[in-house]
Design a protein around this ligand. Structure first.
Ligand code: HEM
Length: 529
């Protein structure tokens, strides 16, 4: 561009400015015409190629279903209607800009999720806005770059590393429970779960990722506040179509806020990685310190002996924090909520935990204990089915993708695999809106399709942190049931008796106004004081 300007400078300087303006105006107009024509042709092409899919009523040929996807309870109910009406899939157009195939049946989700990572791409509609925060990390990269990263990062999620995280899960949960006891002693009866549990998951991730004792559950931490703000701003941007264009977004108030929060988060991660690299340089790889996520990925090398650069490590550390905190917090909060709603299941879980911890009061839940909580694990799975933290994953493919029933997803279209829709599909689950942990009885489980339950997605790009999350979930739920009895609660500022919760599907599934539970402390662990 500067070269072009330099070449044109003499012409621009010696020509009548009105003439120059007219040229620029005609140039811009021509560009706009070409851009619009290309957009409409592309739209017509996708409309024709996707005509085999059922098409729910749209606003018009041009606007399609723009504005019909809502991030509210009604939006989720609309997905239920789509699933009941179309059974497995339908197409969806967001104006002439985005062409989607929405899939909500295991037989249709399976070929898409199991496709080779070589032909799979993450689309920009959902993932693009995360790029300034997470960079070219595992979550956002594609093809060979993704394969190399996945190989390099897998050791950080190995059982041996995971086992060492269990004491961190216990200690972060203990801090949260001490805080709950203090608040209850001060007269509060109901507490909002998301706020407390999110701080707890951030606390434990900061210890596992960076060995950083943030004390964020007790006092304000700038880094943690910035992460929470970034998550809120990402969801706000998704629902403002004009903010999808960078050149508009960075000029808005929200864009400026995003930049400020980004600076805090990136500076923190950069400092940790640089200091740690220097420390390893001084002490070598043999230091007796327990290895955290950053240590492991700093030392890992690929087949050619190449390790990740500092920039790549920062991107992965940011992704670990982003992908790990909200998701796990949502899963824990909804599990506690579902157990509060179903006291008989809650009592059965509590009995299981008490039997396990008999004679070990005040001691940690150990790695070996996790497989001895079968009913509690069934309740956690059922909660992940009924209230999946991640509602959907989206993909694009570099080739046409065949689906059952002679359907084909054209190359480049966005495939939205609805985790919520699949896990609530009445063709797959009987009474899908009921909380019934017995669905996950080993006997029943055998009869359910492998892709009917996909809270962590599946296939090559499934959740790398799945085992980490499941271990944390078991520890937090078991310790909570040992120490507290849970009942539906109310926000004291609103008062009255508990009302049905309105779900709020944002980056993860939340609840409008929060999830309020009434907590009764049990002491010694398992019996009322
Ligand atoms: C209950 C908790 C969790 C749920 C429900 C969950 C769910 C998911 C889902 C659905 C995906 C696929 C996303 C996509 O394809 O776009 C995913 C990917 C991922 N998750 Fe999780 N996740 C959880 C916890 C975690 C934790 C604790 C970590 C890390 C500490 C983590 C790290 C990741 C990463 C790095 C990816 C990208 C994997 C790749 O593309 O290769 N997740 N997760």
């Amino acid at each position: 561009m500067p070269l072009l300007l330099r070449a044109l400078a003499p012409v621009l300087l010696w020509t009548d400015p009105r003439l120059v303006l007219r040229w620029v105006g005609s140039g811009l107009l021509a560009l706009l015409v070409v851009w619009t024509a290309r957009l409409l042709l592309r739209h017509a092409w996708y409309t024709r190629r996707m005509s085999g899919f059922s098409r729910p009523r749209a606003r018009s040929w041009l606007l399609g279903h723009l504005g019909q996807m809502q991030s509210t309870e009604e939006g989720l109910q609309r997905v239920d209607v789509l699933v009941q009406t179309y059974k497995h899939s339908c197409c969806w157009f967001l104006g002439p800009f985005y062409h989607l195939v929405r899939v909500f049946h295991p037989d249709y989700a399976k070929p898409l999720l199991m496709a080779s990572a070589r032909i799979t791409e993450k689309d920009d509609l959902v993932y693009g806005h995360l790029r300034p925060w997470l960079g070219q990390s595992l979550l956002l990269s594609n093809g060979e770059e993704w394969s190399r990263k996945r190989r390099l990062l897998t050791p950080a999620f190995h059982f041996d590393v995971l086992k060492e995280s269990i004491s961190t899960f216990n200690s972060s949960t203990n801090t949260m429970h001490e805080k709950w006891r203090r608040l209850l002693a001060a007269g509060q009866t109901s507490l909002e779960m998301f706020d407390h549990v999110t701080l707890m998951t951030l606390d434990s991730l900061l210890k596992c990722a960076f060995s950083f004792q943030s004390d964020c559950q007790e006092s304000t931490c700038g880094y943690v506040s910035a992460i929470v703000e970034l998550s809120d701003l990402i969801i706000d941007r998704r629902f403002r179509i004009l903010h999808h264009w960078d050149w508009i977004y960075w000029r808005t108030e929200q864009g400026q806020k995003f930049r400020r929060a980004l600076r805090v988060v990136h500076e923190f991660t950069r400092e940790v990685v640089q200091k740690r690299r220097a420390l390893i340089g001084q002490q070598g790889e043999t230091s007796s310190k327990r290895r955290d996520f950053v240590d492991i990925i700093l030392m890992t090398k690929d087949e050619d002996g190449r390790s990740l650069s500092d920039e790549e490590i920062e991107a992965e550390a940011n992704t670990f924090m982003f992908a790990g905190h909200d998701t796990t917090a949502s899963a824990i909060s909804w599990t506690l909520y579902n157990l509060a709603q179903h006291s008989h299941h809650q009592e059965k879980c509590r009995q299981e935990v008490m039997d396990l911890m008999q004679g070990r009061a005040g001691r940690d839940i150990a790695w070996e204990d996790l497989s001895d909580l079968p009913f509690t694990s069934m309740c956690i799975s059922e909660s992940l089915r009924l209230h999946p933290p991640v509602q959907a994953v989206t993909r694009k493919y570099t080739q046409d993708m065949p689906l059952p029933g002679n359907l084909t997803v054209p190359q480049g279209a966005i495939c939205l695999v609805s985790i919520y829709g699949t896990q609530h599909n009445p063709a797959v689950w009987t009474n899908p809106h009921e909380f019934d942990p017995h669905r996950f009885d080993p006997e029943h489980k055998k009869s359910v399709s492998s892709h009917a339950f996909i809270p962590f997605s599946s296939g090559p790009r499934n959740c790398i942190g799945q085992k980490f999350a499941m271990a944390e979930l078991r520890v937090v739920v078991a310790l909570t049931l040992l120490r507290f009895r849970l009942r539906p609660g109310v926000n004291p500022e609103v008062g009255g008796s508990p009302v049905p919760v309105r779900r709020l599907p944002q980056l993860v599934l939340r609840a409008e106004g929060g999830l309020w539970l009434q907590l009764e402390p049990l002491s010694p662990e398992g019996t009322p004081p």
